[in-house]
Design a protein around this ligand. Structure first.
Ligand code: CO
Length: 135
């Protein structure tokens, strides 16, 4: 089951300056911000909590990062929408039965959550992430 939009992600070339912009726009307290590095995606990530959901800012840590490739092609901008699910394996099976296949099997993402992505070709050119809720 899908519960809510977990986060909306924006690819940025400079995390520090993007974080300043978004904290100003949102008027949020420093406690609302969590920064981490995700080795599997070679990115530095800032999560800004807004009520029940979050904005994720993504900065590549290497030219090999998928985010570096995205930025080279598109520049800064909206990168993906993440949906929160209770059971990512069940969702993967459900989608497979509809002939919608993920880019990879569920893997570890930011915050130690299990995540997987659908190809934008199958989702009206919007990259969709599924993120399993922590139990
Ligand atoms: Co994400």
């Amino acid at each position: 089951m899908i519960n809510k939009i977990d986060h909306i992600a924006i690819a940025v070339t400079n995390l520090e300056s993007a974080l300043e912009t978004f904290t100003h726009i949102l008027g949020c307290a420093p406690e609302a911000i969590r920064i981490e590095e995700v080795a599997s995606e070679k990115v530095k990530v800032a999560f800004i909590t807004i009520g029940e959901t979050k904005i994720e800012l993504l900065e590549p840590l290497s030219d090999e990062s998928p985010i570096a490739k995205f930025l080279a092609k598109n520049g800064d901008g909206m990168h993906h929408i993440a949906l929160q699910t209770d059971d990512i394996n069940k969702e993967t099976e459900r989608l497979a039965s509809l002939n919608i296949n993920p880019l990879s099997l569920p893997k570890e993402g930011a915050g130690g959550k299990k995540i997987m992505f659908l190809h934008p070709k199958e989702t009206n050119r919007v990259l969709i992430e599924f993120a399993q809720k922590k139990h």
